[in-house]
Design a protein around this ligand. Sequence first.
Ligand code: ZN
Length: 178
Amino acid sequence: MYCGQRFIVCSSCSLLHRAAGVRMSDKEELRIRKIAEGTVIDHIPAGYALAVLRILGITGREGTEVSVAMNVSSSKLGRKDIVKIERKELRPQELDKIALVAPRATINIIKGFTVHEKQRVKLPQSIVNVVRCANPACVSNSREPIQPTFHVRSDDPLLLECHYCHRVMEKDDVIKQF
Ligand code: ZN
């Protein structure tokens, strides 16, 4: 017979402890919690949520709440990843960087638990001073004061052409740098 008590597995000692004040349904506990203020990055290609966090320089040690959902069903992408970051608004340059790995990402700015604003990421025609050229002999990798510059040949799949040596870089070459 079910006694009505609720238990959780303790992450430090693996023993069952009684959960105090648990009111949510089991279904709700499995879903990502809604955030009060912050940013939701949706429609990230499946498997790229961690790359997005790395690109944004988020380690999880900042003290803000970060939720990641991977391989969620999506009518648009089949499978997708979602990242929620509490108390953070993204700068335009950060949106450009996200577009490198998630060209169809949508950005929802959350205020008071509701979507205050929706944005789409868009890669600019040129990427300046964000990624380095993979060609070690490229002049942009020398000690010359040259800003690495790439022209976007395609955003999905990502193809960036170096302005100086014309080396073409793909998404994996870019992710490795963050
Ligand atoms: Zn180059």
